[in-house]
Design a binder for this molecule. Structure first.
Ligand code: NAG
Ligand code: NAG
Ligand code: NAG
Length: 250
């Protein structure tokens, strides 16, 4: 176990003040944690031996990704990370953020933002002939039929989960299955799309490892991160997840 001073909320630089653990031990613990997380994620992907059952399970999603992105990418040598935003009126207006219940403080329209031009952009890859296909809710849901798609991380993961639910929910009925009881917190939410028996969840786990303090309650001065344990909630559900998206912005 080790405690460490958290990153400043908007800083990329770790604080120079650490707990009492020596640098050598911290390094070893960090490596152990990386190895543990790597193993856990490999387990999630269930592909270490890739039997027929596992292949059958992940192949529709891989096929979706391949046919939507990679094929185009190999055909035209597309690098989707190189490009620019271009104005495309109506393009991004694929859902109504009020109806799909995005976090109140992040709902620009409900909070009275009068202009809407910020909704009208799409990403144009630089390479000639490259086009990023629009999101297709029916195609996506068919690819993850019967599966549990989980987002793990901080507010970045939450934004991604909420955006996905909004995109899917604009075309297919869905219901909230679970939300944390404390008002205002969005640490563990789960939605169901009964038409395709698909579950989408978001797990608040900014460090992936178990953490207490600031990461759970912003009024606290710092976080304590336990490098020898995964965060309880997502790790308890890990073997129910078919697809895990790990993303953090801190
Ligand atoms: C979005 O949904 C809300 C609530 O149903 C509704 O009042 C509003 O008019 C909708 N906005 C648009 C642009 O459709
Ligand atoms: C829905 O998916 C779960 C696996 O996530 C599966 O166990 C269950 O049988 C499925 N239900 C239906 C009605 O297909
Ligand atoms: C959050 O931390 C503050 C400061 O320690 C404390 O007063 C408050 O009760 C905590 N809130 C919750 C929900 O635990």
């Amino acid at each position: 176990m080790a405690a460490y001073q958290p990153l400043h909320q908007h800083s990329q630089k770790p604080s120079s003040r650490y707990g009492s653990v020596s640098l050598g031990l911290r390094t070893v613990l960090a490596w152990l944690l990386s190895a543990l997380l790597g193993l856990a994620l490999l387990h999630l992907l269930r592909c270490s031996h890739c039997g027929a059952r596992e292949r059958a399970m992940v192949s529709p999603l891989l096929q979706y990704i391949t046919s939507t992105y990679s094929q185009v990418s190999t055909m035209y040598g597309c690098d989707y990370s190189e490009g620019q935003w271009v104005r495309a009126p109506g393009h991004a207006r694929r859902y109504n953020g009020t109806e799909c219940n995005v976090k109140g403080s992040e709902n620009c329209i409900r909070n009275g933002r009068p202009d809407t031009g910020y909704l009208d952009w799409r990403w144009q890859p630089s390479a000639a002939g490259c086009h990023l296909p629009s999101f297709d809710a029916a195609w996506f849901l068919a690819a993850v039929r019967g599966k549990h798609v989980a987002f793990l991380g901080d507010s970045m993961a939450r934004n991604q989960a909420e955006s996905l639910v909004c995109l899917l929910g604009a075309s297919f009925p869905y219901r909230m299955v679970y939300q944390d009881p404390e008002p205002g917190t969005r640490k563990f939410w789960r939605w169901a799309f009964p038409s395709h028996n698909v579950t989408v969840s978001v797990y608040w786990a900014p460090f992936l490892a178990r953490a207490t303090g600031k990461s759970e309650n912003y009024s606290e001065p710092y976080s304590s991160v336990y490098l020898d344990a995964l965060a309880e909630r997502w790790s308890a559900d890990a073997d129910t997840m078919d697809v895990a998206v790990v993303s953090t912005g801190h």
